[in-house]
Design a binder for this molecule. Structure first.
Ligand code: PAF
Length: 282
């Protein structure tokens, strides 16, 4: 695995791969890698000849008072995991290579960024699309893989890639969960033992809603009231939102008729966690 830290060097490497007829897959990350990230690497490696993983803690996507300053980092551990996973390039641009003096451009996706996490984090998705557009332009991949845990992010990046003709296949990787059901996230490292145990209620409430829906309950309000009741019984967990939305438009639905997404965000102590599940009417 080689490390590249400048966009121009990244483009040159990728262009050389393309000249040799090799396709390039990208997994964008902010580091502190876990098995969820490595599952995305597997997908990229399965679809492309070469695999690039980017690590960049993107200041633009953190709001005031969020965890930019304490975001967990482990460069040596990440390198070892990526080497073992067979990654070809670690793309790790410095902040001034990504956002040099005078930088003043932003990429905005209008509709799918509204609601869900967009309500509580109004500047977040613009930060994500701006950095992902830059990563796409530096790496020039055929395929880019994003986790379905950040479902709204995946939908937003898909929309951006289509709207701006990036010609990149944006692929979603299934949520990877720890044995206790908690969706893997770098932010789980913030949780105390008690918070971690309390946070399990999130995946439990989603699993319950999925079962109730499969048993015939299609009313979104009823499904959501069951989720809220279950989560509110856990004093360490404060639900920020729980919504049932159309899985492609992310607009709220009243009934689960075709594919719908039940998504939630919650504060567990000082840590904000998100999770989701697809609900099918079939
Ligand atoms: O999901 C993440 O880790 C980040 O939002 C991403 C896609 C790497 C952009 O900074």
């Amino acid at each position: 695995m080689i490390t590249i830290d400048q966009p121009s060097a990244m483009q040159a490497w990728s262009d050389a791969e393309h000249r040799r007829g090799r396709s390039v897959g990208l997994v964008p990350t902010m580091g502190f890698l876990h098995d969820g990230h490595l599952s995305l690497v597997e997908i990229a490696r399965g679809r492309c000849d070469a695999c690039v993983v980017s690590i960049f803690v993107n200041p633009l996507q953190f709001g005031a008072g969020e965890d930019l300053d304490r975001y967990p980092r482990d460069e040596a551990g990440d390198r070892a995991k990526l080497e073992a996973a067979g990654v070809d390039v670690l793309y790790m641009p410095a902040a001034d290579a990504m956002y040099p003096d005078g930088f003043q451009t932003a990429v905005t996706v209008a509709e799918v960024t509204r609601g869900l996490c967009g309500d509580g984090r109004p500047t977040h998705f613009q930060g994500v699309t701006t950095v992902v557009a830059k990563l796409f332009n530096a790496v020039r991949p055929e395929v880019a893989v994003f986790g379905e845990k950040d479902y709204q992010q995946l939908a937003t990046v898909r929309r951006m890639a289509r709207d701006l003709d990036f010609g990149i296949d944006v692929v979603g990787g299934p949520i990877v969960r720890d044995a206790d059901g908690l969706a893997m996230s770098s932010r789980n490292a913030y949780l105390s033992a008690d918070e971690r145990s309390a946070a399990r209620v999130l995946s439990r409430s989603l699993a319950q809603a999925r079962t109730v829906c499969a048993d015939g309950e299609r009313d979104a309000a009823t499904l959501l009231s069951r989720v809220r009741a279950m989560v509110s019984a856990e004093p360490l967990v404060r639900l920020e939102y729980a919504s049932v939305v159309d899985a492609s438009t992310l607009r709220p639905v009243e009934r689960v008729q075709s594919d719908a997404l039940l998504a939630l965000a919650a504060q567990v102590g000082k840590t904000r966690l998100i999770d989701n599940t697809l609900l099918t009417a079939a």
